[in-house]
Design a protein around this ligand. Structure first.
Ligand SMILES: [Zn+2]
Length: 355
């Protein structure tokens, strides 16, 4: 009898230990941030993809792949995603910082591919600022961009042709696969998208009308995607080239991903780079100073102006010749930032928690 008395608790204890040791119980939340493209601005250089950041979240059992969020979709994004085994049909949402082609032009091919093979859904959330009227009179419209994403292929007759081949595809073309989600003038960070324990906040920032920056919060860590944000004051004298709104969004964040211009392109040098374009970006040194102030452990520089090893930025020569990785590191270090600086190259990634 005594034997049986002791066996029962032992068995349940064993069962408890076994269930605790199972992979599901031990699965730890994790976050992977991958730069899908690091080209700065509209030029092309040595096959770099246009600006974009992939944020994946999940647990150690799934390899952090339960959720896939794409921030900006520059040219070549679809190819870069294929290199990290992310199918466009598996993306949960696309967020756009602003309506400049170097951040959006890859979306057309991405959505056409999704239409081709994933017409039956699900739709993809497309998150962007509300329509914003420029002081010059025209309107920047993310909704308009989304609604007309398939127009060239509708007009050419290709959509009709492919519908004949497979009538299960969406008659309206790739635009019909968007779930457009817009947000208004956000002067403070607000949640604009969420799924499970993951939230995405946005804040409107300066660069062009309707520019926004995003922050992803997950149990494994947080990341800010600044886009091309710059200071509200678009020329010196000013304290910094970085955005006060991005700084607010970045309080206690783990990772900052931000477009970067090297001070060598400034009007005090002789590149001939247009000063208004220089002043609407954030410099590597000022980004380091901001990362230091907010206590970010990691600063990922992307959208590099100029690209590493490029002798020109578009038509503009680089004073003193092409820049190397250490030129960007030095520019950040000049701020006193002692965190981890990553000078972006296509597909470089960062995982939290670190392995
Ligand atoms: Zn840009």
């Amino acid at each position: 009898m005594a034997k049986k008395f002791y066996l029962a608790p032992l068995a349940s204890l064993m069962a408890a230990v076994l269930s605790f040791a199972s992979p599901a119980a031990n699965a730890e939340p994790c976050l992977i941030v991958t730069l899908t493209g690091t080209q700065g601005g509209p030029p092309v250089f040595q096959g770099l993809a246009g600006a974009g950041t992939l944020v994946q979240y999940g647990d150690s059992e799934s390899g952090c792949t339960d959720l896939a969020l794409q921030f900006d979709v520059g040219r070549g994004t679809t190819q870069r995603l294929s290199q990290v085994n992310v199918q466009v049909g598996k993306l949960d949402a696309v967020f756009v910082t602003h309506l400049h082609s170097d951040h959006t032009e890859g979306l057309t091919e991405l959505m056409q591919l999704r239409w081709h093979f994933n017409s039956q859904g699900p739709k993809i959330d497309f998150v962007v600022s509300d329509d914003k009227k420029s002081p010059a009179g025209h309107t920047l419209s993310g909704r308009g961009f989304a609604e007309h994403i398939g127009d060239a292929l509708l007009e050419s007759g290709e959509i009709a042709q492919r519908l004949l081949e497979n009538p299960k595809r969406l008659v309206e073309g790739p635009a019909g696969l968007f779930n457009v989600m817009t947000f208004g003038d956000l002067e403070q960070p607000e949640v604009v998208w969420s799924s499970g324990d993951v939230t995405v906040q946005a804040i409107n920032t300066r660069h062009i009308p309707g520019h926004a920056s995003y922050r992803v919060n997950t149990p494994a860590g947080s990341v800010v995607i600044g886009g091309d944000a710059g200071n509200d004051k678009n020329a010196p004298p000013r304290d910094t080239s970085t955005s006060a709104q991005v700084e607010e969004l970045s309080k206690d964040v783990d990772i900052i991903v931000h477009s970067t211009i090297h001070p060598v392109m400034g009007p005090d040098q002789d590149s001939g780079f247009p000063p208004p374009v220089y002043f609407r970006q954030s410099t590597a040194t000022d980004l380091g100073a901001m990362a230091k102030r907010v206590g970010a452990d990691h600063l990922m520089l992307t959208h590099l102006i100029p690209s590493l090893n490029a002798k020109r930025q578009g038509p503009f020569p680089i004073p003193g010749g092409a820049l190397s990785e250490s030129d960007y590191i030095d520019a950040v270090s000049a701020s006193g930032y002692e965190g981890n600086t990553i000078v972006g190259t296509d597909l470089i990634s960062l995982k939290l928690p670190a392995e």
